[in-house]
Design a protein around this ligand. Structure first.
Ligand code: DGT
Ligand code: CA
Ligand code: ZN
Ligand code: CA
Length: 572
């Protein structure tokens, strides 16, 4: 179920695109784009707001507020409807092709009636664009290439794949003689759940040597571009990696620029302009003298803008600039705050490692507590039984209440059935230290049923954590459809935490929903959902997702000391 904010954000973005296509004012386009982002990222639900409340949203002025109000009242925006009758939706799609701008898209539509990517492709191949102003053979070739690239690279990779590549490349380049600094930036540094390409930055005494090393790395399958300051390659994982070598005294500014996001950069550049500075990927410049101001690190760059350093995970222009200016940036949770893992598996069900191995590995991480939560009987292929669960508990207790100072908790991962019931009756659940409950079947229930199902699970006094709440698998399974506002309400009312499952193809709850839930007072548990020893390391992706949701440690139950956690886990 899409929230009103997302709906309106989509409409404002569409309005901006249509103004651009019809040759409207570029400034106006920007204004609507900014408003779209602000509304989409706004913490409160805009449904039912009046014009005055709407104007309190950053970047929403009088005329945009009026349009939103019109939509909330009537279900449509008259001006947008007018533009829609002039421009078919497919023409808007055309502008997503690299190298095809709004003006050319409009020309293709007006002169040749082309209103889809398929039609454009056909027209080029049939030679139908001959004689059309601005469409020579070179342009046609670029367009066909753009369409092909779009189809191929339309698939972004999840953060685990991109991080693995970056963590091979950065140390390899750092080891090249003359390399002074090397780091990854872009969406990967911002810990987005999917990554388009990996952006690596470096400073080096001998840039050419570094470029040569980069383009000949063993897992490079294609060199897309090879230059003195920028090269791009494709790796065996199919992922594009860009390397940019920047001057030493640009490091801070370059890292800031290439970390993005683009929306965040637009804001920082505006602030620079107000301070008579120019901020670009090349550095910070004094506008009056044209002089470059050295920026050794990012903190200095933000400092020149009168801002504190901002966590990369917050840099999406969803309120972090305002918070920074007001001195109210959240102190978001970090990996060091995590005291334990509350959702893990062993080879008793679908895990790979025996209980003792998982526990040893967890203890080595310095955790204060650790919960073993194998699957419950209703997930039939896991063959769990009451006896097996009890025997596992015995085995755990025999290991001692604590292992290397780490308290062991015996838990389970229940299955939430379509009506919201779970595997075991209350008497049996009472024997566990902790019950996680998750949706593992019937993913496509209508929203009303799914909402009731999740709320029912929260209302179970023994269920303390809802595991991977949307059940999405990135790139493979869509999130379940529920009225999240009502689910979040139920979590607060029943004292049930939502999980951020840290598995890189899950990252569930996703960060936008995390932020909404946190605003409503929901608590979280950031878990690995480990099925093997190396999986304990995925915790950092969950922490990144939590940061993107602006979570502070006090909202995360597994940053709490054991006593406080136990209090929370008491049934009721
Ligand atoms: P991705 O690769 O799609 O997952 O997302 P990003 O954020 O890594 O984007 P990318 O790789 O296109 O560019 C890296 C950063 O460079 C981006 O986050 C901000 C900066 N950047 C790129 N293009 C522009 C631009 O046109 N304007 C501004 N202000 N910054 C840009
Ligand atoms: Ca990128
Ligand atoms: Zn599960
Ligand atoms: Ca509960």
């Amino acid at each position: 179920m899409r929230r009103c904010n997302e709906e309106v954000a989509g409409l404002l973005q569409e309005y901006a695109d249509l103004i651009a296509i019809t040759g409207g004012d570029a400034f106006k386009v920007r204004v609507y784009e900014k408003a779209a982002r602000s509304v989409g990222g706004y913490g409160r639900d805009i449904d039912g707001m009046d014009a005055a409340e709407l104007r309190a949203i950053p970047n929403v002025g009088e005329s945009i507020a009026a349009k939103i109000e019109e939509y909330l009242r009537t279900g449509s925006i008259h001006r947008l409807e007018e533009l829609r009758t002039k421009i078919p939706a497919g023409v808007r799609m055309l502008t997503t092709i690299p190298t095809l701008g709004p003006k050319k898209a409009m020309l293709l539509y007006q002169e040749r009636g082309i209103d889809s990517i398929e039609k454009l492709e056909d027209a080029i191949r049939a030679g139908d664009l001959r004689g059309l102003h601005g469409f020579g053979p070179k342009t046609e070739e670029n367009l066909l290439h753009g369409i092909e690239v779009m189809r191929k690279t339309g698939s972004r990779v999840h953060i685990g794949t991109a991080m693995a590549v970056a963590e091979e490349i950065v140390p390899a380049l750092s080891a090249v003689p003359g390399c002074e600094r090397c780091a990854y930036a872009g969406s990967l540094r911002r810990m987005k759940d999917t990554i388009g390409d990996v952006d690596v930055l470096a400073t080096a005494k001998d840039p050419a040597a570094l470029m040569a090393a980069f383009t000949t790395l063993p897992y490079v399958t294609e060199v897309i571009a090879h230059g003195d300051t920028k090269s791009s390659v494709r790796t065996t994982a199919g992922l594009q990696v860009d390397l940019r070598v920047v001057p030493r005294d640009s490091w801070g500014a370059a890292l800031q620029y290439f970390t993005g996001s683009k929306a965040h950069n637009i804001r920082t550049r505006e602030i620079a302009v107000h301070r008579k500075l120019k901020l670009s990927e090349y550095g910070v410049f004094d506008v009056a003298t044209g002089e470059k101001i050295t920026s050794a690190d990012e903190a200095e760059v933000y400092g020149m803008l009168g801002l504190p350093w901002i966590e990369p995970t917050l840099r999406e222009d969803t309120g972090e600039i305002e918070a920074a200016l007001a001195g109210q940036l959240p102190k978001v949770v970090t990996l060091a705050d995590i005291r334990g893992d509350l959702h893990t598996h062993t080879d008793l069900t679908d895990g790979l490692a025996p209980l003792e191995e998982m526990i040893e590995a967890a203890a080595a991480r310095g955790y204060a507590y650790y919960a073993v939560t194998d699957h419950a009987p209703n997930l039939f292929m896991q063959r769990m039984t009451d006896e097996k669960a009890l025997a596992q508990r015995e085995r755990l207790r025999r290991l001692g209440a604590a292992r290397h100072g780490m308290t062991l908790l015996h838990g389970c991962e229940l299955n939430i059935c379509p009506e919201g019931e779970v595997d075991w009756p209350p008497e049996f659940l009472a024997g566990f230290d902790l019950c996680v409950a998750s949706v593992h079947s019937h993913f496509t229930q209508p929203p009303e049923e799914m909402t009731r199902r999740l709320i029912r699970a929260c209302e179970n006094p023994y269920v303390k954590i809802i595991g991977h709440p949307t059940a999405r698998i990135i790139g493979r399974r869509e999130p379940v459809d529920a009225d999240w506002t009502r689910v979040f309400d139920a979590c607060v009312r029943t004292g049930t935490a939502l999980e951020i499952d840290s598995f890189p193809d899950r990252l569930d709850l996703p960060s936008d929903l995390v932020r909404r839930a946190a605003d409503m007072g929901v608590l979280f548990s950031i878990d690995s959902d480990a099925h093997a020893v190396p999986h304990l390391d995925v915790m950092r992706y969950g922490v990144g997702t939590a940061q993107r949701g602006w979570l502070t440690p006090d909202r995360v139950i597994n940053t709490w000391p054991l006593d406080r956690l136990r209090e929370f886990l008491r049934p009721g």
